[in-house]
Design a protein around this ligand. Structure first.
Ligand code: SF4
Length: 439
């Protein structure tokens, strides 16, 4: 018996991150050193047991979103307990592990949490999983050593071009990430806190290379991931954005369909003026773009550090309309500190957007670990607002899963209360010392 296997938990919500990780594994030539298995959580233990016959070393790697805990935390905890008994090392990364490493290690039972971005550190992470490396030598790793927490900084990928945006060898594709990190640090959003405010951009050459690669694989729809589609490289002048879209436009002649400023990469409203809107209209295939408004209240926009006004959203809509484009505008209901007046202003803003031909997408505030709002609770959504929102959805002018998100947040708050999510080190220590599960 010989050889090594890496078992990766794989499901819909984490698949893009897994593809990116596998792209980095390919770049580091790790696929030659170990076999990678992508496995749904329900099959994970069976798979490990089967692989144990064939491989001398097995590691379990998991990328996790906080919302995954809603349906998976018990299963994950059970898996980690059994893997410990089998001598298999488990490592979690991704937004949840970065935002709540204490809960990841103590409550979910991973041996290591990896904080930040994993591409550069991937060879060391895999060695750690095979028990071939001292954890104190790996930047980004968090663990317990003789009852003490050890932090080893955060992983940071400085050059996106170094890695493919997905896994070409395994044929696992996803939208191409063109920018990572965000300058804006909105209080509710994990992007600036996990990926930092140091923005990094894939080069135009690299983006078009991978777009051509997709076209050669008969994948015609070209989609992109970025925190702000118009902030590509030099948001001040917009020159690089023009250069990028000009190159992408050339790919449309080869049959490519370019989707830009649409899901999963929205546009900040203050970036859109008539000139930009006209340029977009002639260079992309989407008729609609997504704009982040979040609230109709300027006071609240200031509190959540959005860095734009409610008026900016209406101006963007007007510019898009003049170019023949429409917009879907995102709002978050239940933000902390949202007063009744803020809520009223938001509903009025939504009505204005609809009167200008826009559509509405409604989200509910989620207190995400790692953000300034991690320990905040949502503000109450009064009955009159619920009725207004349901009317908008019923009329087809708005959509959004805010009600199921509201239910999910209730459950996340319960997990926080139970210590499955351990947002402060005091609470983590308290649980560790066994004093209380509800510390
Ligand atoms: S909400 Fe958008 S603009 Fe704000 S920090 Fe997140 S990615 Fe950046």
């Amino acid at each position: 018996m010989r050889g090594k296997a890496v078992v990766v938990g794989y499901w819909r919500d984490v698949k893009y991150s897994v593809h990116v990780l596998l792209g980095a594994a390919e770049k580091h030539e790790l696929l030659k050193e170990a076999d990678f298995y992508l496995v749904p959580l329900d099959n994970l233990l069976n798979t490990v047991n089967e692989l144990k016959v064939k491989y001398s070393r097995i590691a379990y790697i998991q990328t996790l979103l906080t919302t995954d805990l809603l349906t998976k935390h018990r299963k994950i905890t059970e898996i980690n307990k059994k893997l410990r008994d089998l001598g298999v090392v488990s490592i979690a990364g991704g937004p949840h592990a970065t935002g709540d490493p204490f809960g990841t290690v103590i409550s979910l039972g991973f041996k290591y949490a990896f904080l930040g971005e994993a591409e550069d550190a991937l060879p060391q992470i895999i060695e750690l999983g095979f028990n071939e490396r001292d954890p104190s030598s790996v930047t980004g790793v968090f663990y317990l050593d003789s009852g003490k927490f050890v932090f080893r900084g955060r992983g940071f990928t400085s050059d996106l071009d170094k890695y493919p945006p997905f896994s070409p060898r395994l044929g696992l594709f996803n939208p191409i990430e063109i920018t990572r990190g965000c300058l804006h640090s909105c209080s509710f959003c994990q992007v600036s806190y996990i990926h930092t405010v140091r923005t990094r951009h894939r080069s135009v050459e690299n983006i078009t290379f991978w777009c051509r690669y997709l076209l050669n694989r008969k994948i015609k729809d070209l989609r992109f991931i970025t925190p702000d589609a118009l902030s590509y490289r030099d948001p001040g002048t917009g020159q690089s954005f023009v250069e990028l879209l000009t190159e992408l436009n050339n790919l449309r002649r080869l049959g490519g369909r370019v989707y830009f400023g649409t899901f999963p990469s929205e546009i900040r409203p203050e970036r859109i003026d008539r000139e930009v809107a006209r340029f977009l209209k002639t260079h992309v295939d989407n008729e609609r773009v997504n704009i982040g408004a979040q609230s109709g209240s300027d006071e609240l926009l200031k509190k959540i550090k959005r860095g734009h006004s409610s008026e900016d959203v209406l101006n963007a809509l007007e510019a898009l309309r003049s170019a023949g484009l429409t917009a879907e505008v995102d709002y978050i209901i239940g933000l902390p500190d949202e007063t009744l007046e803020d809520k009223q202003l938001t509903i009025e803003h939504m009505r204005k957007v609809i009167s200008m031909g826009g559509k509405i997408r409604i989200h509910y505030f989620i207190p995400l670990p790692g953000t300034p709002y991690a320990l905040r609770n949502p503000s109450e959504v009064p009955q009159w607002l619920r009725i207004e929102l349901m009317k908008l959805i019923g009329s087809g002018k708005a959509r959004g899963n805010w009600l199921s998100q509201e239910r999910a947040v209730r459950e996340l708050l319960r997990l926080r209360g139970e210590g499955v999510i351990l947002l402060t080190s005091d609470r983590a220590r308290s649980v560790l010392s066994g004093s209380s599960r509800n510390a």
